[in-house]
Design a protein around this ligand. Sequence first.
Ligand SMILES: Nc1ncnc2c1ncn2[C@@H]1O[C@H](COP(=O)(O)OP(=O)(O)OP(=O)(O)O)[C@@H](O)[C@H]1O
Length: 265
Amino acid sequence: MDPAPSSQSAAPEAATASAEADLAVRVRGLNYAFGRGDLRKQVLFDIGLDLPKGQIVIMTGPSGSGKTTLLTLIGALRRASDGSLQVLGRELVGLNDRQLVAVRRNIGFIFQSHNLFESLTAAQNVEMAVELTGRFQSKRQQALDILTQLGLKDRADYKPEALSGGQKQRVAIARALVNQPQLILADEPTAALDKKSGRDVVMLMQRLAQEENRTILMVTHDNRILDVADRIINLVDGTLEADDNLEHFIASHDPKALDRRMFIL
Ligand SMILES: Nc1ncnc2c1ncn2[C@@H]1O[C@H](COP(=O)(O)OP(=O)(O)OP(=O)(O)O)[C@@H](O)[C@H]1O
């Protein structure tokens, strides 16, 4: 028997499999609607998106265009029922609640409001995330290690009320990162921060992506931080516009027009 035909056909499949293994997120034909019947409102339309491992991707777009909805679908925080949504090698469409929770454990979430527990210290807030993985004995040490990396060693035993906005957001980042998630989803992580704190936070995220091959998808209206992105994607009325690389994006957008588009719409 001549093996040539099967080996020829296997080669492209192997290449496809290897390309897919390099993706943290692969979305195809994803639609999403809120409500039912007369109240049904479709907010995402035929989304296709690849997020390669090790990239930091910024998602922009007017208010109400569906950015948070897409982010929460990718984060297994809401259930996708249409199309294909693969996250860290797992298809999310069709998973039940328990399975979605398991997927979430491999993802780090950073939100605009840091959502720290005010009654717990910085270290204890981070330790709570470690507890979810069952590593109770090492939780204090792991919390201290990551807080140290984020420049908060001497703030570990402070409660949030005694921390600045930037420090609180760094604690939230420590909590999102302590379990070393391969995928980090951030929704407006710099919105409540001054320019320098916001810059520090995104530089840190950029370092993580580059040095530790983490994938970061960040929704932002903050055009002061666009330059950290490997890629910028734009969601308009629930549809992803063609991918833009950074140079092209900056070259083709007058910053003032960008401001208007992002802040006023
Ligand atoms: N729980 C919900 N029930 C019904 N409609 C919703 C719900 N959440 C969001 N929407 C609607 O879905 C659309 C997309 O909202 P989404 O929050 O994803 O947009 P966004 O691009 O993140 O906006 P923003 O930049 O203002 O945060 C909006 O029209 C919003 O009103």
